[in-house]
Design a protein around this ligand. Structure first.
Ligand SMILES: C[S@@+](CC[C@H](N)C(=O)[O-])C[C@H]1O[C@@H](n2cnc3c(N)ncnc32)[C@H](O)[C@@H]1O
Length: 358
């Protein structure tokens, strides 16, 4: 497990200075990498990888000015996406292949560029005010959730692709656990486009579900559910879970919260959990599916989750993040619940907490 608290600082002084110097250029280098991809230049380098390609041939083939092709290929050397075979002749690196072809990296790149990049200019203001100061780059909302269904393209696609990519991988693996006591009714809190609820209906032919979410998201989910003929099995409960006395549907055997509690501050999480616990009895279970930065088996996923945290700071709400598992556990306990099972989802970044009334 990776836990930044206990790391030893074993970089040499020279390497530490070099890495700090490189960090200053990361935002520019990210754009170089992205444009190498979006213009098709990197793909062209891949196609001609055996003999290598010159800026001149690539410029002519793609009708992109020679200056632009040449500068991107040169800078690509510094960021490790291109390699020189001989003078003025480039090929693709191993890292270049992943940048071009790996689905997860594409999704992360599009999310960082379309959803986060412009807003990050306002990070300092967000930190000082506890407000998502970068969100004004996307729309006139207090929090991103009010505007999710109204985002312009390709921003909307990048947001939903990112969200779905990570939850979709986990859903398939956790169904045996969720359905082990044969639940008749599942409450999907923060159910978004209805993907989880729809997948549940396909997995088990008897289960019924209620999605609790904001109006914009429920209206979109409802459309998907109607198109699939599942309206008699999945209903909606439109509600802002942050209101003072929220009333949740009372008949759920399982309450499901996937990538949901990271949308709230710790105080808000306790508020949400305390209120939802009022709808529970000694037989009901609450499942929390989250990605915790301390529960990753490599520093890179933890790095990605820390980046995602900053999306919450500058773009989403100004007060939430991807949590440390211990902090989430404390919130669960403060809300009068207990974690009875703590499951690492296999080959995945997620952790599943099964919680019951304390
Ligand atoms: C990150 S998405 C998670 C979607 C889905 N559960 C998944 O795993 O992919 C968070 C969801 O929580 C909803 N949400 C955020 N704030 C909310 C609030 N105050 N009340 C109700 N729902 C809220 C959003 O509308 C969104 O659908």
């Amino acid at each position: 497990m990776y836990d930044g608290h206990f790391e030893i600082d074993n970089l040499s002084t020279d390497d530490a200075k070099r890495q700090a110097d490189m960090l200053a250029w990361h935002p520019i280098m990210f754009q170089v990498a992205r444009v190498l991809s979006s213009t098709g230049i990197l793909k062209e380098v891949k196609v001609g990888r055996k003999n290598g390609g010159t800026p001149e041939t690539i410029s002519e083939k793609l009708s992109i000015p020679l200056y632009g092709v040449k500068i991107l290929l040169e800078v690509g050397l510094s960021i490790g996406l291109t390699k020189l075979m001989r003078e003025n002749t480039y090929t693709i690196s191993k890292m270049g292949y992943f940048w071009l072809l790996d689905k997860q990296i594409q999704i992360n790149m599009d999310y960082v560029h379309h959803v986060c990049y412009k807003g990050m200019y306002h990070l300092e203001e967000a930190i000082l005010t506890n407000k998502p100061a970068g969100l004004k780059e996307l729309g006139p909302w207090e929090k991103i959730y009010e505007g999710l269904s109204l985002l312009d393209e390709p921003i909307k696609k990048a947001w939903f692709d990112f969200d779905h990519y990570y939850s979709d991988i986990a859903f398939k693996k956790i169904f045996p656990e969720i359905f082990k006591n044969n639940p008749k009714m599942i409450m999907d809190v923060g159910g978004n486009t209805g993907k989880f609820s729809i997948a549940c209906c396909k997995y088990n032919e008897d289960v019924k579900l209620t999605i609790v979410d904001l109006a914009g998201q429920w209206n979109r989910a409802k459309k998907n559910i109607e198109e699939l003929g599942l309206s008699d099995r999945i209903s909606g409960h439109v509600m802002d879970v942050l209101i003072d006395d929220p009333v949740y549907p009372g008949n759920a055997d399982v309450i499901w919260m996937s990538q949901f509690l990271d949308c709230f501050s710790e105080e808000e999480i306790v508020h949400v959990l305390s209120n939802v616990s009022k709808s529970m009895n000694e037989n009901s279970a609450l499942y929390i599916l989250e990605l915790y930065w301390d529960r990753q088996d490599h520093p890179v996923p933890a790095y990605c989750l820390h980046g995602t945290s900053i999306y919450f700071t500058a773009m989403a709400n100004g007060n939430s993040k991807m949590y440390h598992s211990g902090d989430m556990r404390k919130c669960v306990e403060k809300a009068g619940l207990k974690v009875v099972d703590d499951i690492d989802v296999e080959n995945d970044y997620h952790t599943l907490y099964r919680c019951e009334l304390a």
